[in-house]
Design a protein around this ligand. Structure first.
Ligand SMILES: *[C@@H]1O[C@H](CO)[C@@H](O)[C@H](O)[C@H]1NC(C)=O
Ligand SMILES: *[C@@H]1O[C@H](CO)[C@@H](O)[C@H](O)[C@H]1NC(C)=O
Ligand SMILES: *[C@@H]1O[C@H](CO)[C@@H](O)[C@H](O)[C@H]1NC(C)=O
Ligand SMILES: *[C@@H]1O[C@H](CO)[C@@H](O)[C@H](O)[C@H]1NC(C)=O
Ligand SMILES: *[C@@H]1O[C@H](CO)[C@@H](O)[C@H](O)[C@H]1NC(C)=O
Ligand SMILES: *[C@@H]1O[C@H](CO)[C@@H](O)[C@H](O)[C@H]1NC(C)=O
Ligand SMILES: *[C@@H]1O[C@H](CO)[C@@H](O)[C@H](O)[C@H]1NC(C)=O
Ligand SMILES: *[C@@H]1O[C@H](CO)[C@@H](O)[C@H](O)[C@H]1NC(C)=O
Ligand SMILES: *[C@@H]1O[C@H](CO)[C@@H](O)[C@H](O)[C@H]1NC(C)=O
Length: 451
């Protein structure tokens, strides 16, 4: 009640550049140049009718709104202002980045303190492409030697709007010249565009995530991430430097990963949860020119047990890509083990796709003899491919589905139904090896296939 009276007694919009006391703590006195804080709509007495969001928090109209100055040019760094705004808006407020304005981030940001905050981006949030700075200043994750500009963590974080988060990736792609992230000698690390760590309840809605230097999204130790109505693109303007490793979605130790109504136009995996991801839902996803909607890779690190379970991937369209529906697990002398269980691909449409359906247990970059000598120890069970239609590119000859399981692991409960994929090379073939039980369709061993 006291705070309600206080809110009502303050003017609706407080302007910039002055020292204004808001609330009781002294740290809240400073307001950066060009910033402002406006209070939410008037509260009514029948507060039990007040709307709540999915997490039981206030909706946009009931939130204090914090705005900051925009950048004047691509090196005009507003990261301090953005951090200030997030601290101000934390615990029930909203940071607003306005339409038609650009906000440049030139310094790494630790945003792991969040609790019930909205960030509405109608403008453009853009990272500098100062490669030297970012390679010295970033957050590092040992998993596939990942780095990022910023880390988002905490609880109840909603980031939405009609705007753009721009990774400014062109300079990074131009500079990397073949230094793939899975290459053990690679030292040219490129930042991930959006990363959560130790977060619970993260929602991203409506945004365009553009030109990430490396993976677009990586969720670590996170529960309940929902992406809805998002567009992800990574498109190079330089024909000799492709936007490599710009995966749409990656995860590590995540429970609850949902992607809805999203379009992805990147040069690597469209969607590829990594170790220890459970309860996955993907619905209405469109992928162009990608490496497919994958489970994994998992089983990479020696002595480490990885798993992926309970995934439903439904109504997915994949065009012009290397893979359609894929499962990938590592093999070789020095890798890990684990399992994938209860994965369903349903209503999948492929067009001009090299490998429409592929189960690959000889990942990554090893030859057949090494794979045979050190087969994958990732068990794969209860995997369904239901209603998959369209066409392959013909790059794998007549083979439209290649399910080659490891002789060193359990592979059972693999079921295909309603598969209608054509190949420009002739009558389509489905390959199956080392699978226990019936797969539901006619299939032949790899040794007899016309690849
Ligand atoms: C995760 O975040 C919670 C608060 O949200 C914090 O209490 C905890 O220490 C964090 N855990 C780690 C491992 O950082
Ligand atoms: C295009 O990429 C190549 C290879 O990475 C690089 O050498 C060249 O400088 C780039 N061109 C421009 C105009 O940046
Ligand atoms: C399937 O996804 C496409 C987008 O790729 C969408 O246009 C279509 O409405 C979805 N179908 C259903 C039944 O939701
Ligand atoms: C799909 O990607 C190709 C390049 O990989 C591009 O030329 C084409 O415009 C994209 N299609 C759409 C509809 O975005
Ligand atoms: C996955 O979970 C298992 C079991 O909790 C753990 O031992 C392993 O380290 C995790 N894998 C990764 C890559 O974190
Ligand atoms: C399989 O995964 C789905 C989610 O895709 C879940 O609803 C179902 O309960 C899981 N089944 C089992 C046996 O865990
Ligand atoms: C894989 O399956 C075998 C045979 O059922 C089992 O002994 C082993 O524990 C399983 N591995 C994992 C990681 O679940
Ligand atoms: C396969 O790779 C291993 C390890 O790199 C190498 O020693 C071996 O000669 C290769 N075998 C063939 C047939 O290429
Ligand atoms: C398979 O798809 C083709 C078009 O790609 C269609 O003409 C044909 O009727 C389909 N067959 C079945 C059995 O659905």
């Amino acid at each position: 009640m006291k705070s309600l009276a206080f809110l009502l007694s303050v003017t609706a919009s407080l302007a910039s550049a002055t020292a204004i006391a808001l609330g009781s703590d002294a740290s809240s006195v400073f307001v950066p140049e060009g910033a402002s804080i406006s209070l939410p709509r008037a509260l009514t007495s029948n507060s039990h009718h007040k709307q709540k969001d999915n997490w039981g928090n206030a909706v946009e109209q009931d939130r204090k709104k914090v705005t900051i100055r925009a950048s004047k040019h691509d090196r005009d760094d507003i990261s301090d202002d953005f951090l200030w705004a997030l601290k101000k808006a934390n615990h029930g407020g909203l940071v607003y980045l306005e339409t038609g304005k650009k906000y440049v981030i030139g310094k790494k940001l630790d945003l792991t303190f969040l609790k019930d905050v909205y960030v509405k981006i109608d403008g453009e949030l853009k990272f500098t492409n100062d490669i030297e700075y970012w390679q010295d200043n970033n957050f590092y994750y040992p998993f596939q030697k990942s780095i990022t500009f910023w880390v988002w963590g905490g609880k109840d974080i909603k980031i939405y709007g009609s705007g753009v988060i721009n990774g400014n990736g062109q300079a990074w792609w131009d500079g990397f010249s073949g230094a793939e992230i899975l290459d053990p000698n690679n030292k040219y690390y490129r930042p991930i565009l959006f990363l959560t760590d130790n977060a619970t309840n993260v929602e991203v809605n409506g945004l365009h995530l553009k030109d990430s230097p490396c993976w677009t999204n990586f969720f670590v130790r996170t529960n309940n991430v929902v992406f809805d109505n998002v567009y992800i693109s990574a498109v190079s303007t330089n024909a000799s430097s492709l936007p490599k490793n710009t995966d749409g979605f990656d995860s590590l130790n995540v429970d609850g990963l949902t992607v809805l109504n999203t379009r992805v136009n990147v040069g690597d995996d469209c969607f590829s949860p990594k170790p220890n991801t459970t309860n996955i839902l993907v619905r209405n996803l469109w992928c162009n020119g990608t490496h497919g909607v994958s489970m994994g890779s998992i089983g990479q690190y020696p002595g480490v047990m990885d798993f992926i379970s309970n995934a439903l991937l439904e109504n997915i369209t994949l065009v012009n890509g290397e893979n359609g529906a894929r499962l990938k697990a590592w093999a070789g002398p020095n890798v890990g083990y684990g399992y994938m269980r209860n994965i369903t691909y349903k209503d999948i449409r492929v067009e001009n796709t090299d490998n429409p359906i592929v189960l690959d247990q000889c990942y990554f970059n090893i030859n057949a003899s090494t794979c045979a000598a050190y087969p994958s120890r990732v068990n794969i069970t209860d995997v369904k491919f239901l209603n998959v239609r369209g066409s392959s590119s013909g790059k794998e000859g007549r083979v439209v589905a290649d399910l080659t399981c490891s002789p060193g692991a359990t592979c059972s409960g693999i079921h295909l139904e309603n598969i209608n994929i054509t190949s420009p090379k002739g009558e389509p073939q489905i390959v199956c090896d080392n699978i226990q039980g019936d797969v539901g369709v006619d299939c032949i061993p790899a040794s007899e296939a016309d690849f």
